[in-house]
Structures are given as structure tokens and as C-alpha cells.
Design a protein around this ligand. Structure first.
Ligand SMILES: C[S@@+](CC[C@H](N)C(=O)[O-])C[C@H]1O[C@@H](n2cnc3c(N)ncnc32)[C@H](O)[C@@H]1O
Length: 357
């Protein structure tokens, strides 16, 4: 155990042993290296301050292994499970729920535990749910509002399959502090006020309103879609996960929603954008670490949009995508880095991009 009480072998928080501000300087230096071509428009990183670096993780996906006497939950490192049921970076109620689940019976095909705020999913590498007594009261006591069993015989790198969701107890979805509906599969940023700040920066830049069209790519549960729609803009959300899109329908009922990868949906995205004059075409994109798909970038070059807000979780793929956009008639107005994962070496960046001339 180290000074924070975390597992010595855990490498999740690379900057846990240095002062917060030093970690921030390292992150800034990385962003300046990765986005060297845009150095002059990079803002100072927006962080949380020294006092809020613990207890912030409200969404975890942890591997499950039985050690002979109880279940353990954590991350794999060189075939060894690093247990994280007491991780000080995770919210207390997340850790309390994990400790309750450690008492599940041995011998069940439990593969993974996913906790997203008040929604919990147990992933079983099997076709059927095991017939066991689940600790419903204890979980509810620590804030669980919905417990799911997800049966996925091929669970591996992909944790969730399309089918095999069984609600064991409680509500099928919950609402976060902003009133956004979410389920146990949902992507959710860990620090809501910083995420909100990034959305407001995107809102001010895009300035969506009636008569304008916003295509929200990789839209997840549609929290950002709801924001653009609330300004009167026409909105299209594109997302590969059908479960997330169900939430999108609740969170932003007036939006058009398309399931599939953004690359597969390029023709429909282009058709949507062409409904509006160029100066009313807007994009919000928040892709996974792999960045935006080449087909999507090519389409943005061909069709032409007025402004784009791109929230990225990987500065290296953001750099690649911005380089391509800059050869297609766009310029980068600003890059705002965000410390969405304090003490880790992760840093997210919001890039604000507009059409040249
Ligand atoms: C970083 S998350 C952002 C989600 C959402 N913007 C939010 O803030 O909650 C990326 C999302 O992209 C989805 N996704 C991954 N690959 C995709 C693809 N090729 N096309 C469309 N969506 C994809 C994931 O399911 C996930 O919901």
C-alpha cells in the first residue's frame, strides 16, 4: 500500500506520487508535443485542483476473478489481477457495491462487473444467468437502482453484446445530476462539472439555433444532443450502440437518431447536412480513442460544414484528424485541454474548428 492506500502494482494513476500541479504541467507538455502544429491556439488545461483528485470515478469496468475464498474485481496486468475494490480514486459507493459483490457464490461464470453510477451489470461468460441469490438489499443500500445480468458467451475484448440483457432488479435506467437517462452500458464522463464546461464551450462556439443543423457524431446517450436541440436546432445523432441510442430517444426526443458506425452512416449524415446552407451546418464529435473515421473526415471535406467542436480523448488521433481537416479547408481556432481523469496521464481536448474564408 502507498500513501493513498492504493495497490502498489496498480498503474492506473501514473501521477499519483507527484503534486497535482506537476501532473498538470506534464499533461500540458504532452498536449503541446502532440498538437505542435496548433501550439499557439492551445489554452491552459482546465483541471479540478488538488482537493478533488480522489473519489471521482463513478463508472468502472472491472475484471472478475475468484481467488478461492471470494470474488475480486480489478484490472489485469501480466496475467495477474490487481484488485481495485478499495481504489481511493473510485467513489465510496462504487467500492461499497464491489465489496458486497465479493460475496457472490464461487463457481458462477462471472467475467466482469460494470458500475455506472446507480446502474450495475454483472457480465456472465455464459448463455444463461446463474440461479443464485443476488445481494439486492445490500446493493440497494449503497445506491444501486438497477441490477442487470448480461449473458455474453464470447465476452472478451468486447464486454457487451447486443443481446443477453436481463434486468434482475430495480429500474432499467437511472438519471444523472443533469437529468440525463443512462444505463449500465453507458459512457459517462467522470467529472460532470468539467464535462459541462466543455459542452458550454462547444455550445458558445457552435451557436446552434432554429434553422441550423447539428450532426452529433458518436453521440452516446445523447446528453449533448439534448443541449443542441434545446436551442431550437435540428439535430441528428449517430451512435453504434443500440442501447445508448435508446437513451438518446429519451434524452433528446426531437432528434433524429441513426444506429451504426459513423462511417457506415456517411450518406445519411451528408444528406442531413445538405438540408441546410453551409453556414448553418454544424458538427459535434466525441469519438473513441481511435478518432474519427477516414470516411467521415472525407465527407466533411466534400460536403463542407461551418463549424465543428471535436472532443477527443486521445491527442495523437486528434492531431491526425486536425491535420487532415486543415488540408480540406478548415482551420483550428482553439484547443482546450481538460483534466477529466486527475492523477492519470490521460488528458482530453476540445478542438474548435471552422471553415476557412
Ligand atoms: C467517447 S464516447 C462519447 C459518447 C457521448 N458523446 C458522451 O459524451 O456520452 C464515444 C461513443 O462512440 C460510440 N462509438 C464507438 N465507435 C463508433 C463508431 N465507429 N461510430 C459511431 N459510434 C461509435 C461508443 O459507443 C460511445 O458511445
Amino acid at each position: 500500500m502507498n500513501r493513498l492506500g492504493c495497490h502498489d502494482q496498480c498503474r492506473g494513476c501514473k501521477y499519483r506520487d507527484i503534486p497535482y500541479e506537476e501532473g498538470i504541467r506534464l499533461k500540458e507538455a504532452w498536449v503541446h508535443r502532440a498538437l505542435a502544429d496548433h501550439r499557439e491556439v492551445i489554452s491552459p488545461i482546465r483541471g479540478v485542483g488538488e482537493g478533488r483528485t480522489l473519489g471521482y470515478r463513478r463508472r468502472v469496468r472491472l475484471k472478475a476473478l475468484h481467488d478461492g475464498s471470494r470474488w475480486r474485481f480489478g484490472m489485469m496486468r501480466r496475467d495477474q489481477l490487481i484488485p481495485l475494490e478499495e481504489c481511493p480514486v473510485q467513489q465510496d459507493r462504487v467500492n461499497r457495491m464491489l465489496r458486497v459483490l465479493m460475496g457472490l457464490p464461487k463457481g458462477i461464470p462471472l467475467f466482469m462487473v460494470s458500475i455506472t453510477m446507480a446502474q450495475v451489470a454483472l457480465v456472465f461468460k455464459d448463455r444463461h444467468l446463474p440461479s443464485v441469490q443476488f445481494p439486492l438489499e445490500e446493493l440497494a443500500h449503497w445506491g444501486c437502482q438497477g441490477l442487470w445480468g448480461h449473458t455474453n458467451p464470447s465476452a472478451g475484448v468486447r464486454i457487451f453484446a447486443k443481446n443477453g440483457w436481463h434486468l434482475i432488479f430495480g429500474k432499467p435506467f437511472s438519471f444523472d445530476e443533469t437529468g440525463t437517462a443512462y444505463g449500465p452500458w453507458s459512457f459517462a464522463q467522470q467529472i460532470p462539472d468539467l464535462h459541462r464546461d466543455s459542452l458550454m464551450k462547444a455550445l458558445n462556439f457552435l451557436s446552434p439555433s432554429q434553422g441550423k443543423g447539428v450532426a452529433d457524431l458518436y453521440c452516446g446517450d445523447g446528453a449533448s444532443l439534448a443541449l443542441w436541440s434545446s436551442q431550437g436546432a435540428s439535430t441528428l445523432g449517430v451512435e453504434v450502440s443500440g442501447m445508448s441510442l435508446k437513451m438518446g430517444g429519451i434524452n433528446s426526443p426531437s432528434s433524429s437518431l441513426l444506429q451504426g458506425t459513423c462511417a457506415q452512416r456517411v450518406p445519411q449524415i451528408a444528406d442531413f447536412l445538405r438540408l441546410f446552407p453551409v453556414e448553418s451546418r454544424l458538427i459535434y464529435a466525441n469519438p473513441p480513442r481511435s478518432g474519427m473515421e477516414a470516411e467521415v473526415l472525407n465527407m466533411l471535406g466534400e460536403v463542407g460544414v461551418w463549424r465543428m467542436a471535436y472532443l477527443s480523448c486521445a491527442a495523437s488521433t486528434l492531431s491526425r484528424d486536425l491535420a487532415k481537416l486543415c488540408t480540406m479547408g478548415y482551420r483550428v481556432v482553439k484547443v482546450i485541454p481538460y483534466d477529466f481523469f486527475p492523477m492519470t496521464d490521460h488528458v482530453e481536448c476540445l478542438a474548435l474548428v471552422e471553415r476557412k474564408g
